[in-house]
Design a protein around this ligand. Structure first.
Ligand code: G6P
Length: 472
């Protein structure tokens, strides 16, 4: 039966795997997007279209003969041939769109588009078409269809062509670049991306800044008329701002798990009574890990009195290891960390520990303990670490926060803001976090905790549905 609501995202809410005794086990899908949407979608008459990401997912899709119904979700998993998927996901979504939206290229070298990239673009079009088709087939008359993120930029227009009755929204979870940087993509791609997105009735962003950049892009690069809505080719798309934060109750429950207590004890043994400078990130270029380490190194150079009294922990979750730029970047981060330890370590002091593993209980434990949390992304749509940390911290910890993170808009009055490219400035902010008088620390931490808990994901989807045009 067609659903009263559809959502489509590359990663789905469930991930399946075959157990040794032959059953299909199900786990929650990974990532922030899934947790934001998951709580809003569970138990609704809604279809969730996602890509099958593993053999277990593919088996689950075949076994159900259509949509899989588990854990309060109805999920349609698209079985996309591996080579096509790689070109769509690794090449276009992760190497091109992620890079252009986070300003990660050095234009003297990249991007460079040749026949292989054009072939990858064709796969991106193809996968977007498949998503649009699945939504079109599974969604009821005039229902809201909520498409997610840069993986599906072309799908709104494709969906509109086959189902003009649907009320279509696209939410862009990451930053959007200014027109000059957007123009590093081939003209035809830019045109297709922008017009693809404008196939939606509503295009949503995390903050005003990314929405403004999008509006400037469609004005300059498409010649569209735009203010709060964009008029193009006889249609109108509304532009909306829907910041998505964390779910404080869910976080508190997760942090109360016995596994977190165990991790806390492990960290305490390593840290002793030293002050903790923490970062928690995916192994990812936009997170600016290397400059963060550089800032810490400058601090150790400047302040011998802090040697042995502070320690820096970097908890990094592996991500997108099939993309060469990511592998190279992480190797550089590890080399940087090694150099810092070689320069400053003593028999009983490890100045910087880098852990590359997926260990959420350890991150939750560390959130409770830090003195300074460093969140210095080059650019970031929102950044949930900047909200999770202060929500769980019990130590009046300071937050060093990039002014290019979406979270900055909400947290600016209580965080220590940094220009993420300025290593010396970042170093000074970490130092300020460490030296801050107790009263100021407490006052800022109280404010941070309150601000960080704002914008819970529960109402996020509802607000967008409400802003769609009424059924015709
Ligand atoms: C980050 C972004 C999301 C994006 C996700 C994809 O979490 O904030 O907007 O959808 O990355 O990650 P993946 O691991 O699926 O490539």
């Amino acid at each position: 039966m067609p659903s009263a609501l559809a959502v489509a995202s590359n990663r789905g809410p469930l991930s399946f795997s075959r157990t040794p005794d032959g059953d299909l086990a199900v786990r929650r899908g990974a990532g922030g997007l899934v947790s934001a949407l998951g709580s809003a979608m569970r138990g609704r008459d809604a279809l969730w279209v996602a890509a099958a990401l593993s053999d277990g997912d593919r088996e689950a899709a075949y076994a159900s003969g259509g949509a899989v119904e588990r854990e309060g979700f109805r999920v349609c998993l698209l079985d996309i041939e591996q080579a096509t998927y790689d070109r769509y996901y690794n090449e276009i979504a992760n190497r091109f769109l992620w890079f252009v939206c986070h300003y990660l290229w050095e234009p003297s070298r990249a991007p460079s588009v040749g026949p292989a990239e054009r072939e990858a673009w064709a796969s991106y079009q193809d996968v977007n078409r498949r998503f649009a088709r699945a939504v079109a087939e599974g969604t009821g008359e005039a229902a809201p269809a909520m498409l997610q993120d840069y993986h599906l930029a072309l799908a709104p227009r494709m969906l509109r062509e086959s189902r003009p009755d649907l009320r279509i929204a696209l939410f862009w979870h990451i930053p959007f670049p200014e027109p000059d940087y957007m123009s590093l993509l081939p003209d035809a791609w830019t045109h297709e991306l922008l017009t693809g997105m404008l196939g939606a009735d509503l295009v949503g962003f995390q903050t005003r800044r990314w929405a403004r950049n999008f509006v400037e892009c469609v004005r300059e690069l498409l010649g569209a008329k735009a203010a709060r809505a964009v008029q193009h080719e006889g249609r109108q798309s509304r532009i909306g701002i829907y910041p998505v934060g964390v779910d404080p109750e869910h976080l508190a429950t997760s942090a109360a798990d016995p596994a977190v207590k165990k991790e806390k004890a492990i960290l305490r043994r390593w840290l002793g009574d030293r002050r903790l400078v923490l970062r928690v990130d995916r192994t990812e270029l936009s997170k600016n890990i290397l400059r963060g380490f550089g800032a810490y190194e400058l601090l150790l150079e400047r302040r011998p009195d802090l040697h042995g009294k502070i320690a820096h922990l970097a908890l990094l979750t592996p991500s997108r290891r099939d993309v060469p730029e990511y592998r190279e970047y992480i190797a550089e981060c590890e080399a940087g960390a090694k150099r810092i330890n070689e320069r400053f370590a003593s028999v009983d002091w490890e100045p910087l520990r880098v852990e590359i593993e997926d260990n959420f209980p350890r991150a939750l434990a560390a959130y409770g303990m830090y003195d300074v949390l460093v969140v210095n992304p080059v650019f970031d749509g929102m950044n949930l670490v900047a909200r999770e940390g202060p929500t769980l911290n019990r130590n009046n910890g300071s937050l060093v926060l990039s002014r290019n993170a979406g979270a900055w808009e909400d947290l600016r009055s209580a965080a220590l803001g940094v220009n993420p490219f300025d290593v010396e400035g970042t170093s000074a902010a970490i130092e300020r976090g460490i030296d801050m008088p107790a009263e100021e620390r407490r006052e800022r931490a109280v404010r941070l905790r309150r601000l960080a808990r704002g914008k819970p994901p529960s109402r996020w989807l509802e607000r967008q549905i409400k802003d769609l045009p009424p059924p015709a």
